[in-house]
Design a protein around this ligand. Structure first.
Ligand SMILES: [Zn+2]
Length: 132
């Protein structure tokens, strides 16, 4: 069930080694895009490279999964579409953890953290902790 990184998605799955969520960015139109690809889907530029993003975002949509797909995540757990704070039209699908699935809402502010599994650093999201 582990993701098999390709040349284009390798950075996304291994940036967590350095605590970074790496997302491809086009240097022609300056937009982030996912999934990583050799060319920007907006402007077809091939001047693209992965860059670290803030790792902050908000839940745009979510579903509560009640079946076991990944042994590490016993159900129920929340799978969400997360809009990155860096660029709201760039969305990541991931799990929301450290929160009861019943308490997840659209607009919930979340932040990335990583779980290492056999040389893959899986980006997961949890609610942003209030700083004081
Ligand atoms: Zn572009």
């Amino acid at each position: 069930m582990l993701p098999a990184p390709t040349a284009e998605s390798k950075d996304y799955w291994t940036g967590g080694r350095n605590g970074e969520l790496l997302v491809h960015r086009c240097h022609t139109c300056n937009k982030f895009f996912l999934p990583g690809a050799p060319a920007c889907w907006r402007c077809q530029s091939t001047d693209v490279a992965p860059e670290p993003v803030s790792g902050r975002g908000t839940v745009a949509a979510y579903t509560v999964n009640r079946q076991t797909w990944i042994p590490a995540f016993p159900p129920p757990y929340t799978v969400a579409l997360i809009e990155l704070a860096d660029q709201p039209d760039t969305r990541v699908v991931s799990n929301i953890v450290d929160i009861d699935p019943a308490d997840v809402t659209v607009g919930l502010e979340v932040e990335v953290f990583f779980e290492e599994w056999e040389d893959v650093w899986i980006p997961l999201f949890r609610p942003v902790k209030e700083s004081n």
